[in-house]
Each structure stands twice: as structure tokens, then as C-alpha cells.
Design a protein around this ligand. Structure first.
Ligand SMILES: NC(=O)c1ccc[n+]([C@@H]2O[C@H](COP(=O)([O-])OP(=O)(O)OC[C@H]3O[C@@H](n4cnc5c(N)ncnc54)[C@H](OP(=O)(O)O)[C@@H]3O)[C@@H](O)[C@H]2O)c1
Length: 290
């Protein structure tokens, strides 16, 4: 992999919390950082502040609400139009568990909101960006998941019954892990690696501070950022793919992530939901097997 200062790194959800911290750290190390957010004014402020703090001029901002698959497609098109390389894609944006009083919410496309934003959006974005990652190989994909994982009930994926914010969040995070494992298999030999992680437990971000599910923060954003940056840039992880990390340590995910049948079922369902089929995906992607 090329030196950090020559790398182009895209971080989704870079306007707040963990993503904002990672964006600043990587900008500080000289990388070209592409920040993504969903509110232009917040994005502009993040770019301004990071530029002032790091003196790095190689920053760009992309706006897209990941609760809309059309917006995800437009985001990918914009990136493909403006960038001629992408060394690292960090799928970090996400919605937390919400509050205990909250009811089920739907995405613009009518899918359960956490499943849509935390899982379907990065699945689609990643697929659309694979050709660019392939041209930049060796390249990396880092999926920011969580230790909070709950098996997917394939009869109730959209949680039309028994909705609970914690469950919705946890199943979306396990779906990210399952996606990571399958994608790693499909990308074998392409020079693109993909790993996922639990960054740190209950970091002091708005996702944690704004909920009544937990009793407040336990760790800092810096702790989680260090782990994300390790997966994104460490030479020690060159060639490592298809792994789940708890912080910087390789770990075991929920049992369902190792169930090939469940993973295949999720992959097939996801292709239908995001509107790509196997043939289209392999045309648009790097390897023959995606
Ligand atoms: N905090 C923890 O303890 C913890 C633990 C394990 C895993 N994680 C994971 O770490 C990642 C970052 O979380 P965080 O703690 O930094 O949370 P955060 O402070 O709430 O930041 C979330 C980021 O995602 C963006 N985002 C949310 N919904 C979006 C949407 N519909 N479209 C586009 N962008 C959207 C937010 O944009 P705005 O700035 O506009 O809100 C923000 O930039 C998440 O994937 C989370 O699941 C966090």
C-alpha cells in the first residue's frame, strides 16, 4: 500500500463522532480525505475546522442522505466522476438505537430505517465504488460495525412485528459483519481487502449520549478512532481480509455470521432490495465473483 500521505480515503458519516475524529486524524497524517455527511452546512464546517487544524488542503465533501438508495447511487456517481483513485473506503455512517419510546421508522424506500442506513446503504455504495477501489489496489474497505449484534430473523427482516430500536440496530450491525465476510470471499485475488470492527464500547458520541438505553459513555472517540485507523492503514494488516475485530484485536462475531446459508440468504435478499443482481454486480465490480 502507498504511503498515507498519498492515499485517498473516503469516510462516510464524517461530520460527527467517530467519523469526524478519523477524518481529522487521517487528514493530519497527510491523506486526501473525502468526507461524507448528510447536512451541507455541517459538512462545510467539518472541512473548515479540519483544514484549520491540520493545514491539509486535500479535503473534499460529499453530501447524501443514506436513507435513500437513490441518494447512495448519486453519491457513488459523484465520487466516480471526481476521483481517479480510492485507496480506502470507511463505511462508518450509522444511526444508533434511538430512544425506548421511539417506534419503527422507514427509509425513503420503505425499508426499516436502521437496516437501510447501517447496512443496505454501505452495501450499495461499496458495490458502486468497487471499480475505483480495484484501479487503486491494493485497497481496503473498513466496515464500522459493533459488538452489539443480533441474529436476523429472515421471516421478519424489516421488523414489521416486535420492533425495538436495540434489536433493529443490532441486526443491522450483524448484517454488516455478514456482508464483510462474504465480500472478502468474493474479492479474493483482487487486491481489495475488507474487514469490519467494533471500534470501542459506548464512546462519547451523540449516538450514545442521546439514548436512554445505556447509562452514558464508557470510552472516548479517540479509542475507537485508533482502531478504525489501524484497520484502514496499518501495514500489519496488508492482505488480511474477512476478519472481525474488537478494537485492534481479531475476534469472533455472532454465530450467525459463520452460517454460510444465512449469509447467502442475506446476500440474495440484499441484491433484490438494493436493485442489483449477480450479473450486474459482477459487471460493475472488480472481481468475477461479486
Ligand atoms: N458510539 C459508539 O459507542 C459505537 C459503538 C460501536 C459502533 N459504533 C458505530 O460507529 C459508527 C459511528 O457512530 P458514532 O458513534 O460516531 O455516531 P454519531 O456521532 O451519531 O455519528 C454518526 C454519523 O453518521 C451520519 N449519519 C447518520 N444517519 C445518516 C444518514 N441517514 N445519512 C447520512 N449520514 C448519516 C451522522 O450525520 P450527522 O452528523 O448529520 O448526524 C454522523 O456523521 C456507527 O456506524 C456506529 O454504529 C459506535
Amino acid at each position: 500500500m502507498i504511503k498515507t500521505r498519498d492515499r485517498v480515503i473516503l469516510i462516510t458519516g464524517a461530520t460527527d463522532g467517530l467519523g469526524r475524529r478519523v477524518a481529522q486524524d487521517l487528514a493530519g497524517s497527510g491523506a486526501t480525505v473525502l468526507l461524507h455527511g448528510r447536512t451541507p452546512a455541517k459538512g462545510a464546517a467539518a472541512v473548515r475546522e479540519i483544514r484549520a487544524a491540520t493545514r491539509n488542503q486535500q479535503l473534499a465533501y460529499y453530501n447524501a442522505d443514506l436513507s435513500s438508495l437513490d441518494a447512495v447511487r448519486r453519491l457513488a456517481e459523484e465520487i466516480l466522476a471526481h476521483q481517479d483513485r480510492l485507496d480506502v473506503l470507511i463505511n462508518n455512517a450509522g444511526i444508533g438505537v434511538g430512544s425506548r419510546r421511539d417506534g419503527r421508522e422507514l427509509s425513503r424506500d420503505g425499508f426499516e430505517l436502521r437496516f437501510a442506513v447501517n447496512y443496505l446503504a454501505p452495501f450499495l455504495l461499496t458495490h458502486r465504488l468497487l471499480p475505483l477501489l480495484q484501479r487503486s489496489a491494493p485497497a481496503r474497505i473498513v466496515n464500522v460495525s459493533s459488538i452489539g449484534q443480533q441474529p436476523i430473523d429472515f421471516d421478519n427482516v424489516m421488523l414489521a412485528s416486535s420492533y425495538e430500536g436495540l434489536r433493529a440496530y443490532r441486526q443491522s450491525k450483524l448484517a454488516q459483519v455478514m456482508f464483510t465476510f462474504d465480500l472478502a470471499d468474493r474479492l479474493e485475488g483482487t487486491g481489495i481487502t475488507v474487514n469490519c470492527l467494533h471500534p470501542a464500547t459506548l464512546m462519547s458520541t451523540k449516538m450514545v449520549l442521546d439514548t436512554d438505553y445505556f447509562g452514558g459513555a464508557m470510552t472516548t472517540v479517540e479509542q475507537g478512532a485508533g482502531a478504525v485507523e489501524y484497520l484502514a492503514t496499518s501495514p500489519q494488516l496488508a492482505g488480511v481480509s474477512g476478519e472481525y475485530f474488537d478494537g485492534r484485536r481479531q475476534a469472533r462475531a455472532n454465530r450467525q455470521a459463520y452460517d454460510r446459508e444465512a449469509r447467502q440468504r442475506l446476500w440474495t435478499l440484499t441484491e433484490q432490495l438494493v436493485g442489483i443482481d449477480g450479473a450486474q454486480a459482477s459487471e460493475a465490480s472488480a472481481g468475477p465473483n461479486v
